[in-house]
Design a protein around this ligand. Structure first.
Ligand code: AHR
Length: 488
């Protein structure tokens, strides 16, 4: 039996909606044959964007989308992707599968996608093979309201009004695919690049420095010491990889040891954030600078028979458990973590959506984002959880609570692969009201296929009637429950 006590009388820190963000790279079938099918496609679309996908992303209120990479970002030259499509430059995507990139999805298309979804764009600029001028002009092209040549060009390409893009990444993984730089060198490069990225009119920029890989605390230390005052955010990348890089393991075929090891790797995010945040605290005690976890999620072997450079993997209830562990960790550290972006949106790594031709399905991970959306922009509520430990050293139950506009959202997951768990949930300060609940519950390997796209989907859930502010719930193994409580 686990006991959870939520104090509804003392709301705490705000939970930014941007913790539920996503990432879309020119990689495999994320953009092309993913969200973008082109204006002439028989698949129903608006200006080339698949209607079914846009609708699904609107339903979960996707708040922010990062683009164009990833490693791709540091080989991307934005001017190749504007103007008439027939004359756009063709390149080979050497990072991902060596396929020809015709640049038919460029800056205007990305911003059109964000418009349709209703989310904020986050553009990651090229530092590795780009120039200061190139990045500065990209910002100007998008945000300049005055009559400059670049603003005129934007108008000629169909958008007279400035787009006002706020979130800008200055390089990606500059310690690796983004240029193999040392932190001392990158810190100076960041200072130089950001200098020329101007605020035009009301469009104040949020500048995100390239942060560390996983536990590279030295990188964080150097960046904070040398460049903190010039940045608004600093990124962190950590993938949940349950095996050695050469044999990461299958997304769908795994035993209990692999299941629990995967959860352990996901839970490691908590230690990483705590340690990186403690370094940031020394240079930024007011917590002005956001830790931006702009790549996270599972990374398994690709599905058999698919292009190894396309990173296409299935998505099971194990991924759903990784998602809820991670999102609860980000919420717990919402004072420092200001944005997080799952890798990636469609058909790549821990995707929300998979497609096959004109078919599409929502993954278990998508349903986690759906069940947690009540937490967006809410105030967190103190949540004290007492429960047993799993064999991998992770607590069996993870829970988060928040309140917004008189509505309390509570999300609880039983991470055990095989054992149900009884939960006694006490709400301090709750004087009664209505309670709606949904559950996502299937066996750990369960996943959706194009033949059976709704095998894993949320269902209604009825907790035992509340008694004196205490709810009793029985959570099946590998399940997530979301409670929505409205005060009387
Ligand atoms: O998400 C796939 C890749 O992982 C990204 O391109 C890169 O930034 C990271 O190494």
């Amino acid at each position: 039996m686990a006991t959870i006590t939520v104090d509804t009388r003392h709301p705490g820190q705000p939970i930014s909606r941007n913790l539920f963000g996503n990432f879309s790279e020119h990689l495999g079938r994320c953009i092309y044959n993913g969200v973008y099918v082109g204006e002439g496609s028989p698949i129903p679309n608006e200006n080339g964007m698949r209607r079914d996908i846009v609708e699904a992303l609107r339903k979960i209120h996707l708040p922010v989308l990062r683009w164009p990479g990833g490693c791709f970002a540091d080989e991307y030259h934005w001017e190749d992707g504007i103007g008439p499509k027939a004359s756009r430059r063709r390149m080979v995507n050497t990072n991902w599968g060596s396929v020809v990139e015709d640049n038919s999805f460029g800056t205007h298309e990305f911003l059109e996608l964000c418009r349709q979804i209703g989310c904020e764009p986050y553009i990651n600029a090229n530092v590795g093979s780009g120039t200061v001028r190139e990045m500065a002009e990209w910002v100007e092209y998008l945000n300049q309201g005055a009559d400059s040549t670049l603003a005129r060009r934007r108008a000629e390409n169909g958008h007279p009004e400035p787009f006002g893009v706020k979130y800008w990444g200055v390089g990606n993984e500059s310690w690796g695919c983004g240029g193999n730089m040392r932190p001392e060198y990158y810190a100076d490069e960041f200072r130089r690049y950001q200098t020329y990225c101007r605020t035009y009119g009301p469009h104040r920029l949020y500048r995100i420095a390239c942060g560390p890989s996983v536990d590279d605390y030295h990188w964080m230390e150097v960046l904070m010491e040398r460049a903190a005052r010039y940045m608004d955010g600093i990124s962190l990348h950590h993938y949940t990889v349950p095996g050695p890089w050469e044999k990461k393991g299958s997304a769908t075929v795994f035993d209990a040891d692999q299941y629990y090891y995967t959860l352990n790797r996901a839970d490691y995010m908590d230690e990483l954030i705590r340690h990186h945040a403690s370094i940031m605290d020394r240079f930024d005690p007011e917590k002005r600078i956001g830790l931006i976890v702009d790549e996270w999620g599972t990374w398994f072997d690709v599905e058999p028979g698919t292009n190894p450079g396309f990173l296409y993997q299935q998505n099971t209830m194990r991924d759903a458990m990784v998602a809820v562990i991670s999102l609860h960790i980000f919420m717990k550290h919402a004072d420092r973590v200001h944005m997080a972006n799952l890798a990636q949106l469609i058909n790549v790594l821990q995707a929300l959506i998979l497609t096959d031709g004109d078919q599409m399905l929502l993954t278990p991970t998508y349903h986690v984002f759906d069940l947690l959306q009540g937490h967006m922009d809410a105030l967190s509520l103190p949540c004290d959880t007492h429960c047993g430990m799993l064999p991998c050293g992770v607590r069996q139950v993870t829970a988060s609570a928040s309140e917004k506009d008189g509505v309390i959202t509570l999300t609880l997951a039983n991470l055990s692969m095989t054992e149900p768990e009884e939960i006694s949930l006490r709400l301090e300060g709750w004087k009664g009201g209505s309670c709606d609940a949904r559950i996502l519950s299937e066996e750990a390997h369960a996943h959706n296929t194009f033949d059976c796209p709704d095998r894993v989907a949320p269902k209604a859930f009825v907790p035992a009637p509340e008694k004196d502010g205490v709810f009793s719930l029985e959570l099946p193994p590998c399940s997530l429950v979301s409670l929505t409580l409205r005060r009387a």
